[in-house]
Design a protein around this ligand. Sequence first.
Ligand SMILES: [Zn+2]
Length: 455
Amino acid sequence: MNKTLVCTALFAALGGLSQAQASDAKNVILFIGDGMGPSVLTATRLFKVGEEGNLEIMSLPRSARIKTFSHDAQTTDSAPSMAAYTTGVKMNNEVIAMSSDTKAVAPSKDANGNKGINNCTGDNGTPVPTILELAKAAGKSVGAVTTTELTHATPAATYAHICHRDAAYAIAEQAVPGGAGFNAALGDGVDVLMGGGANHWTPYSASNKGGRADGRDLTAELGAQGYQYVTTQSDLAKIESGKVLGLFSAKSHLDYELDRVAKGAANTQPSLSEMTAKAIDLLSQNSQGYFLMVEGGRIDHALHATNAKRSLTDAVALDEAVKTALGKVDLADTLIVVTADHDHTMTINGYAAKGNPVLDLVKNGDGSTQHDVDGKPFTTLVFGNGPNRADVRPTLTSDQVMADDYLQETGVKLGSETHGGGDVMLFADGAGSGRFKGTLDNTLVFGKLKEALGL
Ligand SMILES: [Zn+2]
């Protein structure tokens, strides 16, 4: 049979493409390294395996370069950049999964001083469908897993629609089937939800000062809808099937991986790999397949602080989660995509000798340091802007700069380092991964995920 005949026969067998497109992938796992720009990836490789090694992420055979600007900004925040991946629409900074005309309007403070009053109004833009919603509507199971608060911009862009990312209490409501504020496009709800920040899901009290002013206990409401609610690594491990809500910190994000590990036996939080493995085990029980988003969210936070060590350690944790997923799925029916939502201003500078630790001072092959014009040593990793900029540069030592809490130096002094506006990398493997190549606008990733799933 020639190619045309093969195609015609296939087309007929599939009943034509008018209803639904032919799918390559039954399952999609979308990994996001928040803020994991190209230099962060390279530094993570140097940190984990050295110059000649490769991260698991870098072993994926397909790659593309992604443009990340938002509808109104050269440099994006995580809300529109993640939402570009999940919806295919360019939106303004701070906006989550809404039409391009949506204006970002910040929530205001409630009686307890929390940003609990949502100021998004019904006439301010319209929700746009997410890939998670489309997968759910097609009968697949869906999940969102993160090391940040579960209501943070990146996970929220899979299951919520709102004019401002800071409206965390309203974002949480959208995930609760049957409750006021529920996002009906989620059908019977997101099957797997894991992250931090239980305070956005539970009522305000003297011991829960970041809690909800409306008194709702969304964990109980989700429980009434059949969800299993877990708050520890050991309880998560016991779950074998069904829907799960995992909130592993009372407030704010999960620990940085470096601190989670340092806690030893006192640690109660699962690793990103453990959450990923559990999510795959649960979602893959659906014979119609699944969509899963996994975020290494705190790579970004440590970069904002110019704390390279914690950032690279969290990026290694994401790489381990990718390895875990690769070990569990069949790439013949599963598409794995790993990318970042935006860059940061970290750079790899100087001419350090091969093998020099990436967190260390820039050193020559004989161990001597390289110097600035004033004769002072400097680190390989520095940032374009951020908090650590002394009027006169200190004379740094290796002990200082290799410490967990060391903050890399910055060019411009800002209280918090900004995102970078540079393009980021995307890596893919498995069913349908061939469509990821060249330089792509971030909005095009959505269509390629959709095509791969035949949605
Ligand atoms: Zn950020």
